[in-house]
Design a protein around this ligand. Sequence first.
Ligand SMILES: [Zn+2]
Ligand SMILES: [Zn+2]
Ligand SMILES: [Zn+2]
Ligand SMILES: [Zn+2]
Length: 503
Amino acid sequence: MGVGENAETWPWTTDRRVEHPDAQLGFDPAETITARDRVRSGDYPEWLDHVSAAAACTRPIRLSGSIDVKNPDGTLMHTIDTDSMPDGVIYTPCGNRRASVCPSCAEVYRRDTYQIIRAGLKGGRYGLPPLGQHLAVFLTATAPSFGPVHHRVVKTHAADCRSKDRCTCRAQVCRPFGKPCDHGREMRCTSRHTASDPLLGTPLCLDCYDHRHQVVWNLQATELWRRTIQEFDRELERLGKRLGVDLRRRYLKVYEFQARGVIHYHAIIRLDGYHPDCPGAIVPPDRIVTRGMFASVLETAFGKTRYATAGHPANNGHGWEMAWGAQGLDIVHINADGDDANLTKLSGYLAKYVTKSTEATGAIFRRLDDMSIELYAAPDTHTGRLIQACWDLGTADGWHRLRRYAHQYGVGGHITTKSRGFSVTYTYKRWERTIWRRTQGFPHLWDDQQADLVVYRLGYHATGWITTGDALLANSAADAARRRAQAARDYADDQPSALPTAA
Ligand SMILES: [Zn+2]
Ligand SMILES: [Zn+2]
Ligand SMILES: [Zn+2]
Ligand SMILES: [Zn+2]
């Protein structure tokens, strides 16, 4: 699969400004010979069928070992050894969420996220009750400023403006005013930046910018979030007491990198009621609670929460302040009942973020070590300074995570987190897919008891396809299968009695 074809099949993976160290170059002519050999070998159809579960994956995991099939009474019926299978292994998808690493697995992760969010807002599936009566918000919480950067502000977008990345609307002048800094650099910029301008997010003066504070903020953002949610719970309890009702919140949050290399959080927060007889049940909040009250509780919690980190020798033993950005929260109310277009759009955005990494900053790095740090910590670039800041601060006791996550400018932890009971889990979605595959599309034939009789004893064998030829064949077959499935869906959509297909 060449880069161009990749981009056409998976449009959300393209990002004009990204240079990825693993970027695939076209195929070596010598490699097509391996593909020909595979096709000519007698077991090609069998092989293709064998790899189908992982066929679209860029770097599948190869597992070897054996599978025990037992009789209903628990005695062994027979054992299948992977040695008897094509290539002597079982292929499973890598499962990476990043589109830059594996477009196919990232797409699966994106769809799961989308379904999980939809289910958490609308309910009525996967055993969740209908959730139309629940208040919910889509919230964006940003980091504070660490110094002036080139930015792009559009006052009003044209009606046909499709998305943030492809916006061609006229932007305002970047920074019309500003005196030169102590380093003698102009602190103003009269450009109207385009959405793809690589200058976006870079500081006007690299020496004035507080890179250290920013990487510390990235590192501790999860802690800031945790404290904020605690504060939010306290505020919610206060509101409940005043109104004489019991309230709970459940949420899903995702982080996204901004161009300046700091993350911000997007969260969908749902307000639930509480039933003392059945504490785990998801019940609607009392109708006395308004959207305005919900929003003001959120604003109070985010505005109030701030703390200082532990001290650091490089900062004269002082800590850094952790707080949310001064421009305040961005809150969009999502009415789960009736405002479907907005809901679809926002769930779509969120689901897309989970397949991204640091693309927005113009670069993706691998985990760094003493060798590669030399290469990436370029002092004349913004990202280089961020990486250097992680490396320098990460030597102190208690700060080692900064080095570990230097390739993500200090950000560690999971891209998505959600509270229990917000929706179904990723594990549930994965299991659903396994059942679908093992029953070949007839999940109602699945028998849990029968499944218990199959015991997998597999271990790691290797990563990736054996040859580029294999990758080419498997990826093309998966792509053809995807097109066939899409054509079937399109055909069904054209039929007057067609049921709406799941997005
Ligand atoms: Zn994969
Ligand atoms: Zn500018
Ligand atoms: Zn626009
Ligand atoms: Zn300066």
